[in-house]
Design a protein around this ligand. Sequence first.
Ligand code: ADP
Ligand code: ASP
Ligand code: MG
Length: 412
Amino acid sequence: MALFVQKYGGTSVGTAECIEAVAEKVCGFRNKGHDVVVVVSAMSGETNRLIDLANSITEEPAPREMDVLVSTGEQVTIALLAMALQKRGCEARSYTGGQVSILTDSMHTKARIRKIDEQGMRDDLDAGRVIVVAGFQGVDENGNITTLGRGGSDTTAVALAAALKADECQIYTDVDGVYTTDPRVVDSARRLERITFEEMMEMASLGSKVLQIRAVEFAGKYNVPLRVLSSFQEGEGTLITLEENIAMEQPVVSGIAFNRDEAKVTISGVPDTPGSALRILKPVSDANIDVDMIVQNVGEDNRTAFTFTVHRNDFNRAKDVLQRVSDELGAREVSGDTKIAKVSIVGVGMRSHVGVATTMFEALSAEGINIQMISTSEIKISVVINEKYLELAVRALHSAFELEKPAVEETM
Ligand code: ADP
Ligand code: ASP
Ligand code: MG
């Protein structure tokens, strides 16, 4: 007998029929004697619909009210799933985030979980009930409803699994595991049996939305066994685990992530004096704009240029801030480009291999794709390219690193 925390994503609860199918699945686990805590997302498309509704009323909805609004999506699915379970004779109770005491900070729309009081859940489990919890939401210390950022139900599930010391946190979704890259973009993408927390964290932060980054972070920190599986077909899925648990020879590159959500801004003709980076980037960070990649070019005549990437939603604001800075510094020009994409190769195997960057650059150059920016860390290399070549780049890299071929099992 085990305790599983299972999360079912938007597509998995997208219709009444899907919710019934989830109930069947959960009953199956109960009938085998396992304890189950279920976390559900809103029905697919619902969160977007609610956000659009808000935007139809005001361009800048108050974050507190936004959270009151978008958290309703999950409240619908917990009630429906509890009903579907009860109909099958499976005792179940639904709870909102606040009701199961998921206490967060007060950063509306991107709150972080601070504390979970698991006693109430233990009592329900001891009484033989399935607990159905609304994902993505919590409350702050003043009782305000908060949400955890897009994709946040994954994090709810992992946090509950950590608090309850569950045997496994299972993320059921519309693909049957974590693939070498998004299987909707590359047909030959291959499901990975295992991936390390570290790699998964990079993949998530570099754009692979199969898991929310906070969920992976949390799972790594509390060593929660985490598995991604399909709601619609049987299978082992992908286990996210510690590096030492992977009995494979680590491939150089494990996966490819990409992101279309960024934009690039450049300020050129900046006087090349100590402190200029600070004078440019501080106002940007003061405006609460996150900067990703930064490149400073050596210019002529003691002038230099800075280029950096920001989220596309922040593009206009970032340009406005830079225009102000440019006037103050006497820089020459501010320009920008929203039609960019970031492609990254990720793998712990990169630590022990040289020449990975060369293979990457060769593959891109063979397709005539120009690299605009580069950034590297121990286990990843990211490049910014023109958005229109994104899919071509991902496919070219996937084949250059032979990701369609299964990894070699080590004979131990
Ligand atoms: P859910 O609604 O269940 O949370 P998401 O849409 O958030 O599902 O995540 C699943 C999707 O993630 C898949 O449909 C797939 O297109 C996408 N995805 C992106 N990168 C990967 C990857 N490397 N492996 C698997 N799926 C990926
Ligand atoms: N419903 C929320 C979203 O669409 C949270 C989630 O599904 O994980 O982002
Ligand atoms: Mg998701």
